[in-house]
Ligand binder design. Structure first.
Ligand code: SF4
Length: 151
């Protein structure tokens, strides 16, 4: 079972999508400079059950196009069940992971994937030097350029 904080609707993390974003607690990667240290404790937040997910999907029915999970890949089966639940309702799925890759079973249930740990010296997706990649899995296209500010 995964725990998560209360979700929020976000417009920028997945380009072109209106996403319900869940910060899943229990990330084991401990990146130096992590902005979400309060999420490292796997007991933080509340159980992310299918019922809880469904309740939030009903609240925003007709407004959302995607559900984004910040983490959760460390409990693959639990995350897979949630991703399948989302897709059965015609919504897209995205995972932000600090790992460099995830397994095939997760890839099969994802539309977007952000990879790579936080590196303060390289910056996040809005940095042209970042080690992180946001990929549209249906096309294989990197979406990093959509985060770059025009100068
Ligand atoms: S992957 Fe993300 S949440 Fe996990 S430690 Fe690194 S920056 Fe923090």
């Amino acid at each position: 079972m995964l725990n998560a904080f209360e979700p929020r609707v976000v417009l920028q993390e997945v380009p072109g999508e209106v996403s319900l974003a869940w910060l899943v607690t229990g990330c084991p990667l401990a990146c130096p400079g992590c902005h979400s240290r309060d999420s490292w404790d796997p007991q933080a937040g509340s159980p992310l059950t299918g019922e809880r997910l469904q309740d939030w999907l009903e609240r925003y029915r007709g407004l959302l196009t995607c559900v984004l999970f910040f983490g959760g890949e460390w409990d693959r089966e639990a995350l897979l069940a949630l991703l399948r639940q989302v897709r059965r309702q015609g919504l897209k799925t995205c995972l932000y992971t600090g790992r460099e890759r995830v397994g095939r079973s997760l890839l099969a249930e994802l539309d977007y994937l952000k990879t790579g740990p936080w590196r303060a010296d390289l910056g996040g997706l809005d940095s042209r030097d970042t080690n992180q990649r946001l990929i549209c899995l249906s096309t294989g296209e990197s979406l990093n350029h959509t985060f770059w500010r025009r100068s």
